[in-house]
Design a binder for this molecule. Structure first.
Ligand code: OSB
Ligand code: MG
Length: 368
């Protein structure tokens, strides 16, 4: 593959509903998209970074600069024999894995399209149906939260995850459980607690949660292992797992019994597959995390979720939960039983709605 041209675009997309986590509220996303072209065929990737470095160290302006000045030129320096070699080519960069992934995943899409094969099959996926859950942000009242949960369950979603933070945790979970005794329910703290909060987190053991996601520091493994030893409920790591090495060490240390894989967080498909394989070798289930993606990132998440060990419902839900209008056609839809069927057309299997996309562009740069 000769990469003839790389186009960076930034678009602004406003969420239908603000999304609140323990680290802040998101109203809109500045979405950074990468288009890579070879012989008139385009592949697409999305940098799942936030506007500010609140989830991890990455943020849109840094990502843009890195793509324009470092990663873009590195990609064009020599021909690409296979998408699978790019993780190594970009490995000289420390961190900024979501930015590396934007380019890496775009080339995977391009390669699959050039071969005329669906991306999910090209990466070795085998699941012909993906189970979907939803992630529900912190709400202004418990009543509002219960209503939201009801709406999502009625829509068919198979698992409810609620965001927690100090002051919005055990009591809220108790009320959700009281109202919905049998649903698959989990909580995500996005690093809002310390090990000294173990007694409080231990109280969550009473509510039959599927998991507690990332309660402690975003770069921690050791304290999670100490906490896991005190709890019945399974811990799931999100932020702390940036590589297969982290996954191996976290599992061996007993820091988690489930792993959330985000394609961006680990640097793209090559590393995501390695994380998936490490977890599978230890019989640790994985599921696909979300970063409020546009249709492009969402389509990549669908492809990743077809790998065999993605055995728990992911945070991959319908375009319409986030956006009045998505940038792909068709939009991502979820069946009444809470599933997505991976597309059968080449690459991502969704077309980018170029006219609509162009109307949203706030910044563009072409590297050729
Ligand atoms: O921790 O999973 C997370 C959104 C932004 C940052 C971090 C997280 C999330 C979500 C949203 O939970 C999942 C989604 O895309 O619906
Ligand atoms: Mg999370």
């Amino acid at each position: 593959m000769n990469i003839d041209r790389i186009t960076l675009r930034e678009i602004r997309m406003t969420l239908k509903h603000p999304f609140e986590t323990s680290f802040g509220v998101t109203h809109a996303r500045r979405v950074l998209l990468v288009e890579v072209e070879s012989g008139g065929v385009s592949g697409w990737g999305e940098a799942t970074v936030k506007t500010r470095p609140l989830y991890n160290e990455e943020f849109v302006d840094a990502s843009w600069a890195l793509l324009r000045d470092v990663l873009g030129p590195k990609l064009r320096e020599e021909p690409v024999n296979a998408a699978s070699e790019l993780a190594d080519r970009f490995a000289f960069i420390r961190g900024h894995r979501m930015t590396r992934a934007a380019l890496e995943t775009a080339v995977w899409d391009l390669e699959a399209r050039l071969r005329g094969e669906p991306l999910w099959q090209h990466i070795g996926g085998s699941r012909e149906i993906i189970d979907c859950g939803v992630s529900i942000g912190i709400q202004e009242s418990v009543e509002k939260l219960l209503e939201k949960i009801k709406t999502e369950l009625d829509a068919g979603y198979q698992r409810i995850k609620i965001k927690i933070k100090p002051g919005w945790d055990v009591d809220v979970v108790a009320k959700v459980r009281e109202r919905f005794p049998d649903i698959l329910l989990s909580v995500d703290a996005n690093s809002a607690y310390r090990l000294s909060d173990a007694p409080l987190l231990k109280r969550l053991d009473d509510y039959n949660l599927l998991m507690i996601e990332q309660p402690l520091a975003d770069d921690d493994i050791i304290d999670h292992a100490k906490l896991q030893a005190m709890l019945e409920t399974r811990l799931c790591l999100d932020e702390s797992i940036r590589s297969a090495r982290h996954a191996e060490q976290a599992i061996e240390a007993g820091a988690c019994r489930i792993i959330n894989i985000k394609l961006g967080r680990v640097g793209g498909f090559s590393e995501a597959i390695l994380v998936h394989n490490v977890a599978r070798a230890h019989q640790v289930p994985v599921w696909c995390g979300g970063m409020l993606e546009s249709g492009i990132g969402r389509a990549h998440n669908i492809a990743m979720s077809t790998l065999a060990n993605f055995s728990l419902p992911g945070d991959v839900s319908a375009s319409q939960r986030y956006w009045n209008r998505d940038i792909i056609t068709p939009e991502v839809t979820v069946s009444a039983s809470g599933t997505i069927t991976p597309p059968s057309s080449p690459g991502l299997g969704f077309e980018v709605d170029r006219d609509y996309l162009e109307s949203l562009v706030t910044r563009r740069e072409v590297l050729e």
